[in-house]
Design a binder for this molecule. Sequence first.
Ligand code: SAM
Length: 354
Amino acid sequence: MTTIDETHLEAYMGRVMSHMTGSALCFGIWLGEELGLYRAMSGSTPMSADEVAHTTACHPRLVREWLDGQTAGGLIEYDPTADTYELSPEGAMALADDESPVFVARGMNALRAFYLDLDEVATAFRGDGALSWGDHHPCLFSGIEWFFRTGYQAMLTTEWIPALDGVHDQLVEGARVADVGCGHGASAVIIADAHPRSHVHGFDFHPPSIETARARAEEAGVADRTTFEVADATSYEGPFDLICFFDCLHDLGDPVGAARHARTQLTPGGTVLLVEPYAMDGRPTNLAQNPVAALLYNGSTVACTPNSLSQEVGLGLGAQAGEARLRQVFEEAGYHHFRRAAETPLNLVLEARV
Ligand SMILES: C[S@@+](CC[C@H](N)C(=O)[O-])C[C@H]1O[C@@H](n2cnc3c(N)ncnc32)[C@H](O)[C@@H]1O
């Protein structure tokens, strides 16, 4: 008969309850972002629940309940004497200011898609593993856009591109750039905005994402130096001085084919910038030591791996491949130079050359 270790059980249940709490708070964050509740509190002196409700035109009783949930979760501070709530400046950076380098609130849309798409993902598990990117609820696309955009906005042109050999100067002088698997175009817009003499061509196989990318470029005033086209990662035409894959190589059915195609579309001496979700080499190390592994493996289970399995080759690299495995992909595709140029807690930034 199995013996239950009560201490172990208590610790285990503590972990499960904390995951449930996190999940419920993610809903609260997403709701607060949608309703403008954080923005209403950002930079303000402490507010009563009625003031927050009035400013956002929301129901006072529901706002009070939301505020208490946020306070219990440590996201908002409560003053019991004055019966007021306050969002700290740090909280405002994370949850209210979409230009801040740590903004995460809108990324909760991706988690919403995880839950909404459970039936489709379960069908993939019971079948051939395939679920194409475009068959998810559309909030996945904006959730992913905002989950990664924060890091791109903070570091892409100021740290990652300067860490590549000679690329910053090329872009300043005027270069042709490809952003493969560009999604809603966050990275393409950021590169174009910072380098007025360069032209960024975004490619994605998902037509609605390309439509949104064009709109984002218009809004940002860079439509004249960006072009967005529906194209598979193995079919666009260059040549390009810089070809980028932002958090998408592992989503592809044929990452080796995509890297090989990029090689044929590079100008002589051209560079591939590969940005992938952060992972450590070796499954046991990654599982034990990577703080973002649980989040990223789960995202990979819902979206990345099923998309890869839905396409030709169906390699199923997964979002936690790690540098050594990614190096193999590029070596197999005929590249002789591959190095880590930078990293963040969320991303590996890799440089490949022929
Ligand atoms: C995780 S999203 C990343 C989007 C964007 N690069 C970003 O960082 O926000 C992966 C993207 O790869 C695109 N994609 C998947 N398979 C593709 C393929 N075979 N060819 C081109 N794009 C593809 C999806 O449509 C999606 O926009």
